[in-house]
Ligand binder design. Sequence first.
Ligand SMILES: *Cc1c(COP(=O)(O)O)cnc(C)c1O
Length: 335
Amino acid sequence: MEEPPLNASQLPPGLRKKIDYRLIHSTRIHPLPSEPSIWIKREDELSGSISGSKIRKYASLLPYLAQRNVKIAGAIGGPNSNNLVGLAQLLKEYGIKPIAFIREAGDKSLQGNALLLNMLLDKDETYFVPRSKWSDVQQIGHEILCSNGAKYALISEGGFEPEALPGAMTLAESVLENERQSALSFRRIYIDCGTGLTAIGLALGLDLLDQKSSPPREIVVTLIAGDQATIELEYDRFRELIQEEIGIKLQSKCSLVFRHPELSPKFGSVNKTLFKRCREIAKQEGLLMDPTYSVKHYISMKKDLSERPTSRESLFIFNGSAIGLMGFQQRLEED
Ligand SMILES: *Cc1c(COP(=O)(O)O)cnc(C)c1O
């Protein structure tokens, strides 16, 4: 197995050919108004209607589905899933019929992503799965998709598929481009995580493209969902997968640090303080952040920096979207 080049600006051709680069671009960085040593990476600007870095994952997942001539793609998620909203849009663009298997909500009002899904999907593209049967959703999905008779795929919750990894790794290409353009070298990068695939893609991308990095970069992962042990296992598993695919040996050049959110840590939960902070961040930083991921991630980053200060610049990845605000209009009005 070959050693990787010490410093490359692009992923190797074997990975690049799996990615539809027309879907994505490099996003800009700028200093955070309240704290100029923290730079913010505007992944929220990648797409107007797909949350944060998600379209990077789709940039390799969708070409894979199209190449295999998939006609129907099942997708699994909760009623507020950013992933379902994103996939619904892109699958339609690619001419693949989406069928969403959505966990039945206690509150059936059409707000936020539930409304967007209702707008994006026909009745026959939507299956509500009772909570009591949620553990069987994969099997239920396969049965329903099978009965259509067309070639299908079933995409895991959160889009957590190996075929989404090359696209996720483009985040590292973009970070390194930012560093070159701004003559910076971020020793600490803050990223949020659901399934962890975006964070793993960033880490593996840096492992591959930035071999000369020393000491190792620290990637601080805010665990909005998921757990540390699983993500560490997947980081290793995906490293082996990529190594095999491109025939290049990948040494870990990143150390992963994990933090649970301070505020409203349960995934999907919100509270009054969170909305208050959401409004404060908008006023102070000029950033419209979604409460469920990005505000929690921001607060966690500030806490981490107060506990473990650093003299170097840090990078905060704003991996969310202002459309994540739309389910919370009334709660956000309260002052
Ligand atoms: C989907 C999403 C993530 C998590 O991405 P993973 O690759 O599943 O970890 C993080 N932040 C926001 C705002 C998202 O929508």
